[in-house]
Design a protein around this ligand. Sequence first.
Ligand SMILES: *Cc1c(COP(=O)(O)O)cnc(C)c1O
Length: 424
Amino acid sequence: MTFFAYRDGILHADGVDLREIARQVGTPFYCYSSAALKERYQAFHEAFAGVPHLLCFAMKTNSNQAVLTTLARLGAGMDVVSGGEIMRARAAGVPGSRIVFSGVGKTRDEMALALREDILCFNIESAPELEALSEVAASMGLEARISVRVNPDVDALTHAKISTGTHANKFGIPLGDAPRVYARAAALPGIAITGVDMHIGSQIVDLAPFEEACARLKGLVEVLTSQGHRLSHIDVGGGLGVRYRADDPEPPSPQAYAAAILKHLGGLGLKLMFEHGRLIAANAGILVAEVIYVKHGAGKTFVIVDAAMNDLIRPTLYEAWHEILPVVQPAPAAPRLPVDVVGPVCESGDYLAEDRAMPPLQAGDLVSVFSAGAYGAVQAGTYNTRPLVPEVMVDGSRWAVVRARPTLQTMIDADIVPPWLREG
Ligand SMILES: *Cc1c(COP(=O)(O)O)cnc(C)c1O
């Protein structure tokens, strides 16, 4: 089911005409489908219906309070990577008992905050982090539940910038070091071992790396159990990929993914935890922009739109491919000619699509950039003093602004001119 589709020749989000939102909010804006978020979450949840499990949404992919609240009401947990994300999760009504804390650089302040919120689990990424957490928890008279994020050293066969499960990157500890770290954890005050954890990368569209990693994780669970550690959960991480282009093969379904995971980890009697983000949010959001100019260069046509790399950095950062379609459906017979869709930012890397076959566009036309619900608004910035792009959520035929566009004056007033520059 697709939640962003043409109706009578006009692109809609659920039941809402995108032109109407553009009229009221201005462009560019992100638009999320509440129905899409719910459908994606439920599909995953149902695939694991037969076993104890918890899906902790990787909220770094989309941390808008409306999105978090939508998922929290369905029972989702949250995978957080900062103190700020803990605060956001709590503000959205997620109890500490459904929060897991990942990340290689947790500070002592963040640890203390997480302990006060009595979070479900710290995913420990290094030996020094374990020592620091023990000190913080013991000094507060509390016990931190932990799992150690191990690096199963499998190649996730994905883009280098989003591969995390090999020895060549900063995440997790090598599988072979895990027994030593667990032994240390067992001896430390303020630490309670509860699970094992991994996350091998993102946008993985092949089940083989997951299977390989699960087989290795199972081996570790057996070793740790034989060494007397009592585990209650296995956190498999996130990373299941989504479809960005219509002619890409369909990625594994939640059912196929579940079968692959359960084949290795199903019989252990441990609760399964997941940290998917993209899977839930990517195709639940779009970015709508307006064409400012169409510029015919030497042998190249540029469609200059009012959204840019500061609003959606994925094409620039990961060479990501996003579908772009006009909001007003082009005639089927309209020619498709290659253009670059670019933003106004003063960087050659500022593009949303390169050499893309597009129907004729002109100034004032609206276009929709698809699959922008994950790693979109959260990575937006204000480069070139461009206001943070606003966000809208649609629910059936109703919609609401869920983050407003800041005014330019608010942005300027955030800076403080020092006293010695104020006079004269
Ligand atoms: C980014 C990240 C995720 C989410 O990855 P997706 O590909 O969006 O599912 C999960 N866990 C950790 C530790 C991450 O860093």
